[in-house]
Design a protein around this ligand. Structure first.
Ligand code: PMM
Length: 266
């Protein structure tokens, strides 16, 4: 999954693809580089981000979704709003990527149920402006899995077909860097939930921390090799989808992991 953030303020690519034509061209480029689908988002969820209103979110994502769908691209919409999900599906999006896992907008589960669209449910506790004040866990793997399980149960109770659910532990969302590493080391616990697993580590701060030198954080544009390394490991652990900004090395990493898994299953 390649990422197009149609936002002025996303941490890794904010402001780069704000105008629709540029965003569409970038989405096509991601496909050219090996992405099987393109995730279009209009609202930044970086730590501390404030929300934008629904009209602005629609204004940002709809033309990009329409443009990419017209070119035959499989598109997911990265949104926490039911109305944005609904309109995006009507515009041709194939999948809902809700980082709040159905928790931010009470109507999201109903939209997924009524439209029968596949939906990514990500582990989520709070909105981005305060999420890093909610990072307390007894056991991060067990707790995230249990809370994500509750989000899955709520979606199924609202009528979402279990066969259409994708789960995501939500790296960096109400999690410290240490938590992210522990979660990544135990992806099997999430694979065991029995749903396709999405992992999104791309360019995130914990990679910048790992690669820092002399106290200076590795800049965002220097984190793609580490991202591809995470891709290989996550795919080898059984992840179904990897969400990245730079798909070429990750697409190759997925092929390496798939080949090794094939050999391991012999
Ligand atoms: N992270 C971001 C945005 N969308 N979606 C899913 N499913 N999982 C994530 O971890 C996730 C996401 C934040 O990263 P960005 O600002 O680079 O898009």
């Amino acid at each position: 999954m390649g990422v197009v953030n149609v936002t002025p303020d996303s941490f890794s690519d904010g402001g780069k693809w704000l105008d629709a034509d540029t965003a569409i061209r970038h989405g096509l480029d991601l496909v050219e580089q090996g992405a099987d689908l393109v995730d279009v988002g209009g609202e930044s969820t970086r730590p501390g981000a404030l929300r934008i209103d629904e009209d602005e979110e629609l204004r940002r994502v709809l033309p990009v979704i329409e443009g990419l769908v017209a070119e035959g691209v499989v598109v997911s919409v990265d949104t926490m709003r039911a109305a944005v999900a609904q309109r995006s599906l009507e515009a041709g999006a194939a999948l809902i990527n809700d980082v709040s896992g159905g928790r931010a907008d009470p109507r999201m589960r109903a939209v997924a149920a009524e439209t029968d669209a596949p939906i990514v449910l990500m582990h989520w506790r709070e909105h981005s402006d305060v999420m890093q004040q909610h990072t307390s866990y007894d056991d991060v793997v067990a707790d995230v899995r249990a809370e994500l399980g509750q989000q899955v149960d709520a979606a199924i109770a609202a009528g979402v077909d279990p066969a259409r659910i994708v789960v995501d532990p939500g790296l960096g969302f109400s999690k410290t860097g240490e938590h992210n590493w522990i979660v990544l080391a135990h992806l099997d616990a999430f694979v065991e939930m029995g749903f396709p697993l999405l992992v999104a580590a791309s360019r995130k701060r914990f990679l910048g921390d790992l690669l820092s030198r002399d106290g200076a954080l590795r800049p965002v544009d220097g984190r793609d090799a580490a991202t591809a390394a995470v891709t290989a490991l996550a795919a080898a652990a059984g992840a179904w989808c990897i969400r990245v900004h730079d798909p070429a090395p990750s697409a190759d990493a997925v092929r390496v992991a798939a080949r090794l898994r094939q050999e391991g299953l012999r």
